[in-house]
Structure formats: structure tokens, C-alpha cells
Ligand binder design. Sequence first.
Ligand code: PLP
Length: 410
Amino acid sequence: MKNNKYKYILKSKTQKFFEEGYQRKFLPINRSINSFPVINSNSKKIKIWCTNDYLNMSHNQEVIDESTKILKQVGTGSGGTRNISGNSPYHESLEKKIASFHNTEKSIIFSSAYTANQTSLWTLCKAFEKLCVFSDKLNHASLIQGIKNSGVECKIFDHNNLEHLESLLRKTNEEIPKLIVFESLYSMNGTIVEVNKYVELAKKYNAMTYLDEVHAVGLYGNKGSGLANYFGVSDQIDLINGTFAKGFGQIGGYVVGKTYLIDYLKTFAPGFIFTTSMMPSTAGAISKSISIVEQEDEKRKYIQEMSNYLKNLLRINKIPFIENNSHIIPIMIFDAMLVKKYSQILLNDFGLYIQPVFYPTVAKNRARLRLTITPKHNIDDIHELIYALKKIISPKDSLISTKKQFDYSI
Ligand code: PLP
């Protein structure tokens, strides 16, 4: 192929995507420990309503002190992969800590939960000659990527539809090994799934289970240990995945489970073996953060109360959002161009930052504003937000009123 042909193909693909309205713009954010949720962006003060630092742990002073202490002692980078001089006591104690947090036997840590999902699923699927995966339609990109890369058969069930899942399981040959892949809290619509019912089905059809708890960890279950714990089945899920980047406010991801499963991943997962381990100060900071998060029942309660308060005001003001029992509040706008416009008006005219969510993060024509509340947001912040939303999102808006019957399954 001629040199300019490469450029033409890549440029035209990008251009076409942009022309369809799906270009992403990343707002520069300068966060401050003292003023959050008010932050600086392009020399302007704005208030953030879309952080995944759910418990504000990235600003916790004890965690910062721990991180700084280790940083000063051992330096920044870890120096290698876990296999090649990059294994420190901080990594090892973090693995023990997160395994015991989930009340499981063992854990494996990664540089992100994305990597954890992608490489763990790929590695697990490859272990069996013929495996069939059952994957929820709304599963995260990292789960999909791990399954797809492995090339195994994959049957997709309608979002959180146990009947559909069971019908697919029933139709699959008994002898074929099976793996059900799902999330406990779907981040774009805030659905909490009944994890125990998936476990029942898995037992009935002799399937393994892989559960992504990325958005639940730190916020639900005993001491924030997740929804599998809340539904009383954390010891019955084969592998649980989580992140250190949201509820714990740091960076990195992990998978926990029985020793034989984790040993298998530690031995064969390329995304674990062939990459530099996280900074020791990060590993130390995460361990500290986990210990603190375990004690934060008051904050967990506050987040739920504030979310309910906000949802109620949305209802009163007839602003359409997806009803759920979680702290994630998606306001449906549907159209990508419109959601971008609303987000821009909120930013320019009201100093509020809610990132527009559109394809491919969600399906086409399912664009939304996704709100999250942290312990640092208060009642006045909520009233200010509602005032702004009321000004820009009218229930009479033609686009919204034509979508009376929301279909969130895609
Ligand atoms: N799983 C789900 C459901 C997610 O939403 C995300 C990211 O938002 C990830 C995994 C990846 O997490 P991380 O940011 O730690 O890579």
C-alpha cells in the first residue's frame, strides 16, 4: 500500500466519526483538595458533578501522607514487572489486603481494572478447549474485549434478563464449559443486579461466574466490600473484579477468587506478567485507602441519602432519569448533539461540569448526562444543580417527550 493511503484510511475514518457527532473533547481539570467539588478549568471555577472518585479518597490526607512517605523512601517507579525486580512488600501486602477485604482466598493486582478484565478473561477463556461465554448486553468494553480476543463462542443475553440468560444456558450442550460474565452495578444506567440469582443459575447449569464490581466496591455491602457481599454470595462467585480508581480513589485494578484460579492467572495472564508493576507508593496508598473505606459507613449512607434527595427533585421537576437504587443518576437526553449542547450550556452559563455520555460509551441515541454525588457535595449544591437543569431541560422538549417509553436495554 502507498504511504498516503494509510493516512487517507485512518483520517477518513476519524473524520466520518466526528461528522456523525461523536467527537470527544476532554476538559482540562485542575482539582484542588481544599475546594472540591469546585475546581479550576481554563482559569474558570466550575463544580464537578461527574466524578468516579466516589468517596473523595483521592483527597484523603492520611492516604496522601502514606503515599508521600513511601515515595520519599523508595522513589517513584517500581523498577520492573512483578517478575523482574518490581515486586515490593507494598504490592504483596496490597494483594493480601484486597483478598481479605472481599473475604476470598487470593488476589492478583493489575495496572487498571480495564487490563484486569481484558487479560483475565482472555486467559481464562483460553484455558478450555471449547468454552461458551454468556455475556450481558451492557457489559463494559474491557469485559467484551477480553472475551472477543479469546475467540471463544459468546452468547449475549438481554441486559439483566435472567430468563433470557437461562434460555441460552438451557440451549447449550451440557458438556461444554460455561462462563457467565456480568456486572453488579451497571455504570451507565445505575442498575443494581441481584447477584445471588446469577449464582443460582450458574449452579443449576454448572457454569463459572466472572463478576465486575468496579462501581460497587467501596459503596455497597459490609464495609463497602461490594454487592456480591450484600447479596450474601461473595464466596460463591468464581472471580470478582474491582478497581482501585473509583471507591478507593487511586489507580489500578484486581481480581479476587480461589487460590487455584488466581494462581492460574498469575501464571498465564500476559497483562500481569509482561508489564511494569504499579508504583510502590500507589500500592501503599491503596492499602491505606482500603482500611479507611472499610470504616466509612457514614459516607456510604450520606451518598445514598443525597442521591435519593436529588432523584426526588428530578421527579418533582419532571426531568427524566433512569430509576434505580444506586448512586448513579443518568438523565436521558438520547441525542448525542443535544447532550453535548446541554453539557456546554451547563458549563458556560452555570459553571457546572457534567460530561456528556454518548456512543460508543452507550448505544446510539441513548445519550445521557450521568450524575454522581460524593461526600463533598451538599444540599445547596443539589439545589443549584436542579435550578440549572430545570432551566435547560424542559419536559416539553420535543426529543424527550417523544421517548415516553424508555427502552434502556440497549
Ligand atoms: N469495568 C467497568 C464496569 C468500568 O466502568 C470501568 C471503567 O470505568 C472499568 C472496568 C475499568 O476500570 P479502570 O478505570 O480501573 O481501568
